[in-house]
Design a protein around this ligand. Structure first.
Ligand SMILES: *Cc1c(COP(=O)(O)O)cnc(C)c1O
Length: 271
């Protein structure tokens, strides 16, 4: 049986995944991703039920999202609030379709998130947390949130520095509309599996540490980490949520630097 330490990234596939154009394509891709999740769980001695697959639909048109819904997807991840809000409005007829915002949020867009999202995975400032909480109170809603951590140390990346997370989390119990679920990260985008793995290990260790000191009411059970190119490594290191776009929907035409500051060349397949 292969050892977890042998697992490589699949960043060489980045930008090459074929477009999913039918419900059958989605069913096929979802099954293939789930099989990879199961295999990674098996290597790590984990129960696959402990890993949630979050399909990421950013840049994809409404028709494509409707196919994904028909194939069984009920929660979709979107990076940009405006885009997500537009899709939510256009697809309100699908009353069982829910939205997870996984990208950086500015305070002036927090009120949109408070209106339609059921999950927000990129919380990284107290100001945003406060505005979100206030707007949620007005809407009479609550929101599952993940605190985003910059585990790669790259200067342009969003997320709190690991050393700032404990102090940040202490402020959150006062914001009662936010249900803190755990931590989220984007690993270094690299074909060097060991360096990618270190980002995931850092997030898990941080979660384990914070578990001890977390204020009452702050759960911190979840680790959202891993995407199409690296989710198997993330699962081996404890991911409970993997955010997978291209491997389900197909490659994006939009360069990734549009979504990830500091990612200057990820639209090019890596050698
Ligand atoms: C786009 C995106 C993903 C998914 O990336 P894929 O390579 O399409 O799997 C995961 N997390 C975040 C924050 C994203 O913006």
């Amino acid at each position: 049986m292969p050892e977890p330490s042998d697992t490589q990234t699949r960043h060489d596939q980045h930008g090459r995944y074929p477009q999913a154009a039918t419900v059958d394509d989605f069913l096929h891709n979802l099954a293939a991703v789930r099989a990879r999740i199961d295999a990674a769980c098996h290597r790590a001695g984990r129960d696959p039920a402990g890993v949630r697959l979050l399909p990421v639909s950013k840049t994809k048109p409404e028709a494509s999202l409707r196919l994904a819904h028909a194939a069984g997807c009920r929660l979709l991840g979107e990076n940009k609030v405006q885009e997500a809000f537009g899709k939510w409005e256009a697809m309100r007829d699908l009353s069982d379709l829910h939205w997870s915002v996984i990208g950086h949020l500015q305070t002036n867009k927090a009120k949109l998130v408070a209106r339609f999202a059921s999950e927000f995975q990129a919380l990284d400032s107290l100001r945003v947390a406060e505005v979100l909480d206030r707007r949620l109170q007005i809407e009479g809603r609550s929101l599952d949130v993940f605190v985003q951590v910059n585990t790669s140390g790259e200067a342009g990346k969003y997320g709190l520095s690991p050393e700032d997370v404990q102090g940040f989390i202490k402020e959150l119990p006062a914001l009662s509309a936010l249900r803190v679920r755990g931590l989220m990260t984007l690993a270094l985008f690299s074909s060097e599996a060991e360096r990618v793995r270190q980002c995931f290990i850092l997030l898990r260790n941080l979660r384990d540490q914070l578990h001890q000191s977390a204020p009452a009411g702050i759960a911190l059970d979840e680790l959202s980490m891993g995407m199409s190119g690296d989710f198997e490594i993330a699962i081996e290191e404890g991911a409970t949520v993997v955010r997978v776009g291209q491997a389900i929907f197909g490659a994006r035409s939009m360069p990734d630097r549009h979504y990830w500051p500091g990612e200057s060349s990820t639209e090019e397949p890596r050698p």
